[in-house]
Design a protein around this ligand. Structure first.
Ligand SMILES: *Cc1c(COP(=O)(O)O)cnc(C)c1O
Length: 222
């Protein structure tokens, strides 16, 4: 069986230089995360605030923590002091709360807007029209505690490779259409397209992903 350290090194060697690996460590113990860290992995993703906070306290301070899962507004305050990026902003109330909590800590927090691309009903995220509404809202303009870095999306959980290709392709298209609507500033640096997980990261990269979120392929199944 391959070790976590070996898996990390394999990914780091294989990935194109423009693709950032987020090691998704949800449900995994601190010792395993430390093993990945010692192999050179410095960016980790968690999907639950109540798991992210204690891990961030226990583990080395130079780790960048990304919140990748659905986030409730009332929990933003617990991660605002330290979180590096929030991938799952899916509405204006959450965006406003992230901004407010960031400013409380004299920070500007990097966020991605989560887009719904999958066939499944249950997946969170904005549709194209909702994205337009967020982008052209007064609330976004006023959210001076955030920097919008790009988009995140999850494909349908399916064996159908063509469907996964088409969903990621669609997200890349939305990304390209959105990238230049505002000039680059401290609040807009649209350079990140977070798509791809253990089962579909190769397809995601072929469709233009710049950030993959990989859990089980690194740490084993959950
Ligand atoms: C769990 C999770 C991942 C990683 O999933 P794996 O299949 O283990 O690679 C990626 N993104 C999100 C949002 C997740 O919740």
């Amino acid at each position: 069986m391959s070790s976590v350290a070996q898996n990390i090194r394999d990914f780091q060697q294989r990935l194109p230089p423009h693709v950032t690996l987020i090691a998704v460590s949800k449900t995994k113990p601190a010792e395993l995360i430390l093993e990945a860290y010692n192999a050179g992995q410095k960016i980790f993703g968690e999907n639950k605030v109540q798991e992210l906070v204690p891990k961030s306290e226990q583990l080395p301070k130079d780790i960048s923590w990304h919140l990748i899962g659905h986030l409730q507004s009332n929990k933003v305050k617990y991660i605002a002091p330290f979180v590096s990026m929030i991938h799952s902003v899916d509405g204006l109330p959450l965006l406003q709360e992230v901004s407010k909590q960031a400013l409380k800590h004299q920070r500007i927090i990097d966020v991605l807007l989560q887009i719904h691309i999958a066939k499944e009903e249950s997946k969170f995220g904005l549709d194209k029209e909702e994205l337009q509404a967020v982008l052209h809202s007064a609330e976004l303009k006023a959210a001076t505690g955030v920097r919008v870095r790009g988009l995140m999306g999850m494909a349908t959980n399916t064996e159908d490779q063509a469907l996964i290709h088409s969903e990621f392709h669609q997200l890349k298209k939305i990304f390209d259409q959105t990238k230049f609507i505002f000039p680059e500033s401290i609040h807009w640096k649209f350079d990140t397209l977070s798509m791809g997980m253990s089962s579909d990261y190769e397809i995601a990269i072929s469709e233009g992903s710049t950030m993959i979120r990989v859990g089980s392929a690194l740490f084993g199944s959950r």
